[in-house]
Write a protein that binds this ligand. Sequence first.
Ligand code: KPL
Length: 307
Amino acid sequence: MTVHWHVAGAGAIGGYFAHQLRRYGCDVTLLTHRPSDGTRALTLETGENIETLLFPECPIGQSGRIDHLLITTKAFQVTEVFDALVSALAPDATVLIMVNGLSWLQSIETTRHPVQVCAGTTTTGCYRSNRDHIHRAGLGATQVGHLSAHKAMMEKPPPGIAELLRSTPDSYWSTDIRSILFNKLAINCAINPLTALYNVNNGGLLEGSLNDEFHSVIEETRTIFSALGYTGVATDLGQKAITVARQTAANTSSMCADFNARRRSELEDILGYLLDTLKPEAASEVDTPHLDQLLFALREKEAPYAK
Ligand code: KPL
């Protein structure tokens, strides 16, 4: 039987996966909060190819039964989307959440639901030149794993995920997705807020006096992860954050782009989550003056358009 994925949040990344899945042979329906005439044409442009596909689109809440749900919204929309769709999910449905930031983790884990929840992250870089035109700027790796703590579930992909992994180049199943998500969170904490405050591309963090701030932010982020027991994340962060800043030097980080567009950013899902949710869980007291100041300054800057 054809695997049918529903995609909530068909922005750059959601649209990219929708394309991959359709080209692989899956059915794909886009879910939307906007008025829709029932279809949406999405163009995907890569270095080698440009293709437009027509997708069925339906309002969230009128989808009928969902067997496989990909959530690629902003992090602060995940819980709301999940709650709006949970009654439409088949009892053995698979949900895959691929967003920046982890503010949604606890609420999804504590909501009672029978479905299999996976999470993933990708380093493939996508952006949109208009609402329906996606550009794949760089091809990276995609990792997906089960959020369950049960070993048997962590070991093999639930229904639909194997097709998604096969549909997308450089995609892997991970038996320890949490470490990968925390690694990604740490990198986002080190790069995104500073770029948003100073309105610089990622490479700007490697230059002049900003580089000193970048190192202080990395150091404090490392200390929190170390106190939380994520030793691997803490040990690798310095090298990884610098490598990502170098490899994506010309990119505007997602948070910097949100600040520039004066729309709500994922500040609270990334740095707010680190300082307000994770840091208090640390086994020992951690002093983070640079991060505290950064969060304070960005909250002030975002206040006029955060809601
Ligand atoms: O994930 C990113 C983002 O912009 O959100 C990084 C890794 C910082 C790349 O720009």
